[in-house]
Ligand binder design. Sequence first.
Ligand SMILES: Cc1cc2nc3c(=O)[nH]c(=O)nc-3n(C[C@H](O)[C@H](O)[C@H](O)COP(=O)(O)OP(=O)(O)OC[C@H]3O[C@@H](n4cnc5c(N)ncnc54)[C@H](O)[C@@H]3O)c2cc1C
Length: 284
Amino acid sequence: MIPAAFDYVAPTTVDEAVRALSEAGEDAKVIAGGQSLLPVLRMRLAAPSKLIDLGKIAELRGVREDGDLLVIGAMTTHYDVQHDALIAEHAPLLALTTNTVADPQVRHRGTFGGSLAHADPAGDLPAPVLALDAEMVVRGMDGTRTVPAAEFFTDFFTTALRPGELLVEVRVPKTTGWSAHYEKFNRVAQAWSIVAVAAAVRVDGGTIAQARVALTNMGATPVRATSVEQALVGRPATAASIRDAAAHAAEGTAPPSNADADADYRRHLARVLTSRAVSAAVGA
Ligand SMILES: Cc1cc2nc3c(=O)[nH]c(=O)nc-3n(C[C@H](O)[C@H](O)[C@H](O)COP(=O)(O)OP(=O)(O)OC[C@H]3O[C@@H](n4cnc5c(N)ncnc54)[C@H](O)[C@@H]3O)c2cc1C
């Protein structure tokens, strides 16, 4: 189907984009890589009066270091996240997760910030961003504010972004030297997650010293598996103790039942995939 008619602007700075968004009112929409938005427009599930294209704003692209943080521009493509040397060294969980997103064509167009702003419960990037305690930097006409990942994803396809605000960049605490893995269960290759688990672990002398675990598609928003994290810390990095800790993975979750899987099956997957994710991360 062909989308309904809309006006279109392509600003070259964040300030211009924020002004254009504010002037256009609540009917306007931002477009990043278009990989989620264009299908919605083509099915006429949305009919914005104006599209504000972020594609020409160079300041929104790229990865840089800021002390103990990595700063990732919202318009950095999935492909660039996969191949960035700073991310490989200081936040390997993000690269490993992005490797599982869609196919090369989508990864060349789709963006890190677009995936987070879209907040699809089955989308892969919100869980690792939550696990890593990242912060979202958002900008509107009233200025810039920072929202912790734990407060950013508020419901199905809903974030803490207010009308007129843009996600500008994501600040990710470095996990240099940590082991990481993203374990994704999907029905066919290159599809969204039925359930997936993001894990980053620091092992010291054979013992798990720090652990971060978050779950994809176990509720309306990504879920931090805090019981698993607590059960892992201080335990040997062995398959048996990881399996014991992973038994807590479904605690505090509210998984959906739908045509892909019912809630009980998802709870089972969460336990199995958590065990696999942490074991793969530490090589147990
Ligand atoms: C065939 C196919 C398979 C896919 N498979 C997967 C998969 O396996 N896993 C997965 O996670 N994703 C998958 N995706 C989605 C893909 O990752 C998209 O790139 C992503 O969801 C949206 O990124 P985008 O840059 O294309 O955003 P867009 O589609 O341009 O925008 C998405 C939404 O976010 C808003 N938005 C975008 N950027 C900003 C910003 N900076 N500030 C405020 N709002 C913003 C837009 O207004 C829109 O509402 C798939 C997509 C396709 C087409």
